[in-house]
Design a protein around this ligand. Sequence first.
Ligand SMILES: Cc1cc2nc3c(=O)[nH]c(=O)nc-3n(C[C@H](O)[C@H](O)[C@H](O)COP(=O)(O)OP(=O)(O)OC[C@H]3O[C@@H](n4cnc5c(N)ncnc54)[C@H](O)[C@@H]3O)c2cc1C
Length: 396
Amino acid sequence: MDSVQQGMRQTDVLIVGAGPTGLALRLELERLGIAAIQIDKHAAGLNTSRAAVIHARTLEVLEPCGVVPDLLSKGVAVPDFRVRDRDRILLHISFDDIPSRYRYALMCPQNETEAILQARLEALGAIIERPVQFLSATETPGGLIAELALPGEQKQSLFTRWIVGCDGGSSKVREQAGIAFVGDNYAEQFMLADVHMDWPISRGEVSLYFSADGLMVVAPLPELDGTSCDRYRIVATVPSAPATPSIDDIEMLLRKRGPRVAGVKVKALDWSSSFNLQHRIASQVCKHRTLLCGDAAHVHSPAGGQGMNTGIQDAVALATPLAQAIRDGNEAGLTDWASHRHQIASDVVRMTHAMTQMATLTSQMQRALRDAALGLVGNIPFIHRKLAIRLAELGN
Ligand SMILES: Cc1cc2nc3c(=O)[nH]c(=O)nc-3n(C[C@H](O)[C@H](O)[C@H](O)COP(=O)(O)OP(=O)(O)OC[C@H]3O[C@@H](n4cnc5c(N)ncnc54)[C@H](O)[C@@H]3O)c2cc1C
């Protein structure tokens, strides 16, 4: 650290962001005995539901951090994904046969997942500095000098050997490193709601409804009070969504795209939101001493619930090669990590984009061809199993 100015604060790793990706990275670095400084611009973690699926591979990679029992106790295990067009089942993907001890998708709201990761960090004595905002970084021999904004309009300069941007889709770290975010915007908006409702389909199923009007996903959520069993997450693509969709908006969607049976009734709305989405990928996830993980490196459609999962896996996979680079200067593992994770992110962006396009076909002919192809796929056990493994991210 020969370039460090007298008295400047210094660290081996600066983690920018304490969403699920940054929290997972910090936990794994702590486990490996690597001290880091972690900052987040918000005074506390966001208290909203957002990503709700945790896939098998994510549970596996989080096992060494000791958080899986808590996640399992807060979530609801869902062994089946079914693709439906109203009352027709187009494809059934079962996690029964996947090569993992977690043969299901675990439904758990993102705020619960973040709270569990954060509680584990607190138990280890790791501190997240909040509200502290990353402003800029300048390369210097052996590392970077980061400029941070502290509460009360104070600024601080900090020398770090490595900086990891876990700062979400609008990443400042990515921007400062001059890394392009290549892709496009979706024309549609996404509408999200956590509701209590009477729903005729088993709570052991995540249902993906394909409709000419757009995609709709209905998934069970764990109960808040442990008594009733009527809490669900609904995600749908719509041409334009109100900022906070109402019960009427949700019921209209369910009526138009869901099962034809009478009696689907939304009884209460816990939370709703809408957001614009993009499918983009960082042109590189490692540039000199800047590394990118999670939404900072890739954003895509929530179809298949891959976003948070891929981010947590980026982070856990980074910890070992980063620890090695810090301990003995060997950066070969980081080069491998970067090319592997970039490939995984490209595959995820491609798969979720294809799912979204396939779901929203409007031509009668294309829909008929799609349905026939899905029927065929569902009847070939080898492909069926491959799909389940892919969704559970076990191929990673
Ligand atoms: C409304 C909504 C609904 C969603 N629904 C789904 C879903 O159903 N399924 C799914 O898979 N995914 C969903 N997502 C996406 C999912 O939430 C993200 O993939 C996930 O949060 C990515 O985690 P992350 O830690 O990489 O980034 P984030 O969760 O965005 O965390 C980034 C963190 O960095 C901090 N930060 C940002 N800039 C700075 C800075 N300059 N200085 C310091 N700190 C900074 C932020 O405060 C934040 O805490 C949804 C997202 C939204 C917004």
